[in-house]
Design a protein. Structure first.
Ligand code: 4NP
Length: 163
């Protein structure tokens, strides 16, 4: 566990965007044969849906692309800032809330915007799909597939010789 790269994906409810990011990243890491080098989790800035499976719409859109989303929603905890290496916010509100919650400058330095890792998509945030139609969920998956792939490439490059 000590030398694993520990990633925490964060959105508001932890039932749509961040569980999808968790599922996609786990899939990419397994595909690359690197599952023993990573610990991947997700959380919400709110605890509104604590204990719930991801939203059924998110699960069914993800399933069609081969991702099984089975995580249970939980809020971000103060220990997360110690336990994870990178904390990835889906939008600016998530980013601001995480920055407020971060207990130290070192913790703040672990917080990133997910879309900063996009290579193809021009997005500057992952839009909240909760009140959207089917398109909203597809857009989330499109952005997250691009960002997760960019994130994995970045980690592999920076950890050359380790991973
Ligand atoms: P998420 O989406 O932050 O991507 O999990 C949402 C889930 C629930 C709510 C809003 C956004 N909500 O208002 O309950």
């Amino acid at each position: 566990m000590k030398d694993k790269k520990k990633l925490l994906f964060v959105c508001l409810g932890n039932i749509c965007r961040s569980p999808a990011a968790e599922g996609i990243m786990k899939h990419l890491v397994e595909e690359a044969g690197l599952e023993n080098d990573f610990f991947i989790d997700s959380a919400g800035t709110s605890g509104w849906h604590e204990g719930e499976l991801p939203d059924s719409r998110m699960r069914s859109h993800a399933k069609k692309r081969g991702y099984d989303l089975n995580s249970l929603s939980r809020p971000v905890r103060s220990q997360d800032f110690d336990n994870f290496d990178m904390i990835l916010a889906m939008d600016d509100t998530n980013y601001t809330n995480l920055m407020r919650q971060a207990p130290s400058p070192e913790a703040e330095s672990k917080i990133y915007r997910m879309t900063d890792f996009c290579k193809k998509k021009e997005a500057d945030h992952v839009p909240d799909p909760y009140y959207s139609g089917a398109d909203g969920f597809e857009i989330v998956l499109d952005i997250l597939e691009d960002a997760c792939s960019g994130l994995l490439e970045e980690i592999k490059t920076k950890n050359r010789g380790i991973l």
